[in-house]
Design a protein around this ligand. Structure first.
Ligand SMILES: NC(=O)c1ccc[n+]([C@@H]2O[C@H](COP(=O)([O-])OP(=O)(O)OC[C@H]3O[C@@H](n4cnc5c(N)ncnc54)[C@H](O)[C@@H]3O)[C@@H](O)[C@H]2O)c1
Ligand SMILES: CC(C)[C@H](C(=O)O)[C@@H](O)C(=O)O
Ligand SMILES: [Mg+2]
Length: 376
């Protein structure tokens, strides 16, 4: 049976980068008989403008009935005056929560061609390959109570609540340990257990779950130190597991180690492996509509979709190889451009990746032809 992908372009550069990712996915769908079908829906500010809510029921139903979701980005200055409950960002939080996408994988990999684009010295970053596992449906993003209230003395007070239950910590811990087992078996849990009781519980549960994974070396680090260590010596990390808000911040830091926030993809998974795939960056209002956004984070998110939800590692490998080939061809969007490279637009970058995929197909059919000829 065909597998359905819900496509939510969102706001700002969202539609521009999703269009490039769909070029790639549609080509592979035909080339590799993946049997995928696509259906679009509105989310974020675009949904608010059409329906008065950032997550309309029709979008939610589509996503619940889909096998995977591809999302661009949401938000922008146009919707900033709105009350929080209907802001574009709340649509994104609601879909993550409604689909139970508690495990957010954010790989920070430095492509060798972009060593010069990294903010760090080559010897500090070359070969960088770390995975941030961010808890995505709990913590301060969702804790109640929240709001802004009027105090008796007449001043306003803003408040949010950082809460984690043992079961929420335990499930992200298992997800992180399993991720580490498939990599270099090193897991660093990042918290603020010296100050926040909730993350003392986080640390205790991580340690307890760690007993089920004796092959994984577990360490703990405070978040302020982790931010510093990511910039000082990022290759000390293999897998990092952390809370919703700390993961949000640390992944933007890690993005710059890879050259640009436009390079970092993500997978947000539920317990069954169903997932939503999106770049970690936002709607980039400052460059929206200019055709200069980097689509590679979204294209690489599609590779994660093929690997994690559709169990198509060969198709995922092809995308990653094609992205490498595009970088080898020295084309660069503005955010990763450096002297001597060819500056390209969003769609030209997508086309270059597509050309590389086409070349792979031709090479494969030539090889098949050659081996058949030899057989004759
Ligand atoms: N997942 C999401 O949908 C998501 C993530 C982050 C921020 N946001 C929202 O996006 C809006 C803008 O937020 P922000 O400016 O803080 O963060 P942002 O990630 O949108 O942009 C930060 C900077 O990075 C640049 N940038 C981002 N993506 C890029 C790309 N693909 N190619 C080249 N440059 C890129 C932007 O031009 C900007 O200078 C806000 O409304 C915010 O809430 C949404
Ligand atoms: C837009 C916002 C809700 C979102 C988050 O904080 O999770 C974004 O920053 C991200 O990293 O996906
Ligand atoms: Mg973020």
């Amino acid at each position: 049976m065909a597998k359905k992908i819900a496509v939510l372009p969102g706001d700002g550069i969202g539609p521009e980068i999703v269009a490039e990712a769909l070029k790639i996915l549609s080509f592979l769908n035909t080339d590799m008989n993946l049997d995928l079908v696509f259906e679009n829906a509105l989310i974020g500010g675009a949904a608010y403008d059409a329906f008065g809510t950032p997550l309309p029921q029709i979008t939610l139903n589509l996503c619940k009935n889909a096998d995977a979701v591809l999302l661009g980005a949401v938000g922008g200055p146009k919707w900033e005056p709105l009350p929080h409950a209907v802001r574009p960002e709340r649509g994104l939080l609601s879909i993550r929560s409604e689909l139970n996408l508690f495990s957010n994988l954010r790989p920070a990999i430095l492509c060798p061609q972009l060593v010069d684009a990294s903010t760090l010295k080559p010897e500090v970053v070359s070969g960088l390959d770390i995975m941030i596992v961010r808890e995505l449906t709990g913590g301060i993003y969702f804790g109640q109570p929240r709001g802004i209230r009027l105090l008796e003395n007449g001043e306003q007070q803003g408040y949010n609540t950082l809460v984690y239950s043992e079961s929420e910590i335990r499930r992200i811990a298992h997800s992180a340990f399993k991720t580490a087992q498939k990599r270099h078996k090193k897991l660093c849990s990042v918290d603020k257990a010296n100050v926040l009781e909730v993350t003392e519980l986080w640390r205790n549960v991580m340690t307890e779950v760690g007993k089920d994974y004796p092959d994984v070396q577990l360490t703990h680090m405070y978040v302020d130190n982790a931010a510093m260590q990511l910039v000082r010596a990022p290759k000390q990390f293999d897998v990092i597991v952390t809370t919703n808000m700390f993961g949000d911040i640390l992944s933007d830091i890690a993005a710059m180690l890879t050259g640009s926030i436009g390079m970092l993809p993500s997978a947000s998974l539920d317990a069954s492996g169903k997932g939503m795939y999106e770049p970690i960056h936002g709607s980039a209002p400052d460059i929206a509509g200019k055709g200069i956004a980097n689509p590679l984070a979204t294209i690489l998110s599609v590779a994660m979709m093929l690997r994690y939800t559709f169990n198509q590692p060969a198709a995922a490998d092809r995308i990653e190889q094609a992205v490498n080939a595009a970088l080898d061809a020295q084309v660069r969007t503005a955010d990763i451009h450096s002297e001597g490279m060819v500056k390209v637009s969003t769609s030209e970058m997508g086309d270059t990746v597509l050309d590389a995929l086409r070349r792979q197909s031709r090479q494969t059919s030539l090889q098949m032809h050659d081996s058949q000829s030899v057989g004759v």
